[in-house]
Ligand binder design. Sequence first.
Ligand SMILES: Nc1nc2c(ncn2[C@@H]2O[C@H](COP(=O)(O)OP(=O)(O)OP(=O)(O)O)[C@@H](O)[C@H]2O)c(=O)[nH]1
Length: 670
Amino acid sequence: MLTNLRIFAMSHQIIPSVHINNLCCYKIRASLKRLKPYVLLGRNYSSLPGLIGNDIKSLHSVISPPIAKIRNIGIMAHIDAGKTTTTERILYYSGYTRSLGDVDDGDTVTDFMAQERERGITIQSAAVTFDWKGYRVNLIDTPGHVDFTLEVERCLRVLDGAVAVFDASAGVEAQTLTVWRQADKHKIPRICFLNKMDKTGASFKYAVESIREKLKAKPLLLQLPIGEAKTFKGLVDVVTKEKLLWNSNSNDGKDFERKPLLEVSDPELLKETTEARNALIEQVADLDDEFADLVLGEFSENFDLLPAEKLQNAIHRVTLAQTAVPVLCGSALKNKGVQPLLDAVTRYLPSPEERNYEFLERVSRLLLPFADQHIEISSLTAGNIALTVGLKHTATGDTLVSSKSSALAAARRAEREGEKKHRQNSEAERLLLAGVEIPEPVFFCTIEPPSVAKQPGMNGLEFFSGFSLLLAHTQTLKCGIIISEVPNIQFVYRHLDKPLGDLTANLVTVESGEARPIETSSLSESINEDAFEGLPRGIENGIHSAFILVPSTNYEISACVSRCVQKAMKKADKQVLEPLMNLEVTVARDYLSPVLGDLAQRRGNIQEIQTRQDNKVIIGFVPLAEIMGYSTALRTLTSGSATFALELSTYQAMNPQDQNTLLNRRSGLT
Ligand SMILES: Nc1nc2c(ncn2[C@@H]2O[C@H](COP(=O)(O)OP(=O)(O)OP(=O)(O)O)[C@@H](O)[C@H]2O)c(=O)[nH]1
């Protein structure tokens, strides 16, 4: 039996979680003989779903729900849209917790790292499992901060669906676009939740328009808000034509009433809802042939007679096909709209069997995640997310198989499928699980512990597979967010111990098959034998480093080659290209001038200043070299009220003056 796991590594504890998908009823059997559930209870948790005390029988129902009843979802958004707050409400209403956690009080379940609680932001993804109306939901809360884009990417790979949370007063923001594109890449069906409907400036219409315009998505309005900002008190279910009002005496939002809209009591709202429902039916019929046939046949005369269930089934198919996105609204903080969101998750997002995965794997030890707590289990049905421990050599992006022969069989099948180029959803696509796409690195440095004693603190970095990933994470480190585990960043030059001989690098051009020397560089110190083992790599590194102006290379060979290329470039007409970043800064009107002034000093090129509710959004470009430490500067300039997002745009030619300054600085002249 060919097996296949998706590894989802959880922080630097090196606990990869495993997402097992399968169309049929295979089971994973762990080699563990003992079945010993252990749960470390911290905050006020209810018993885990289906688990009463240490009842092992009920544990089986915990770990073996039917695949059709499983939802593996992620919550994604721009920073501060309210993902963690929404997740907290979800956990509370599902009975997973008995008290409401608050980001602002630093006691949420999913933001369990000390840094997360201190800063009130999500840094690493947390997975939790709970039940909702007979469904098993595995949920991952992902970070919204631009520095942790990679963390979002590795989560998306294991999800079958996602809830995109928006701040209803801001609509689509810079980082929303990034995570939306990532979800597009992994073909993840989505639901939009317009959160913060209670906030001053909240606008349902504005947020929906921004989804249409900026995300180029087709919003399906499944709800309408009753009131906005201060007057927000509930919502209308457009599909069933019911109003949902939250009891103002209920602090936790658990109690709400669902009533049909009536002509006598709500004539205006009923009219508005009927119009919205008719528009929704037409929109879905345009996207789903089966539903179009139904609507045009039986119900063409009167859409009111169309049963809600038929419409819901069609919305599910459209969501799965990703031709449109259901839009819901609410206020997580004020405890409104979260239960209908959960209903929508189970109703519209796909189960694992509706996605195209087929294989599973034998593993030695399995754990079910409950944020920072884990329960050990012996087996797990396909379609779940679980953790496995002790895999020393695996990293994010790896695919585990049960044996070499199954891996070879998979590779052969993938190859065969690869030849059939035009087939959609090919077997190859299903066999070769998507890797993590690492953002292009923009910083280069080497990190070393200041002493051997500090080495264990850095072990977590090993888990980031590959050099470039480490570089990508350096960006995070530079921004000063995960500092406590990692020592200071320094540029490090390596020395070789055993002298062997001198090295000379010659740079030549080859014209009509004839080599003509351009430049020569010799190394004054001697190098040793070992250095020659990595000769091709060293040469490549040297040329690379000469062009991109990194401060150091790994080996003396590289240094010599680099110097040679740099000398040749000095003689030539050279043009330095520097990384240029797309920048979007959201700032309160009062702080616009100082922020613009600061950007001018940073060689910023402002393209547009938009008005978004009470805020101004500055959109433009800025050279990466000028934006170092920007988060601290911006915080100081705006008393911490502004946010910004950065993304590599392109490499642009520097003007002669800036280029001279840079080259002089690099050669130590200034
Ligand atoms: N008015 C209002 N504020 C909210 C709502 N939901 C969340 N907030 C506030 O918005 C801020 C950010 O909330 P979080 O839940 O941490 O947002 P997040 O998206 O998880 O943030 P990151 O994980 O850092 O990206 C907090 O101060 C919340 O109290 C809401 O529905 N209404």
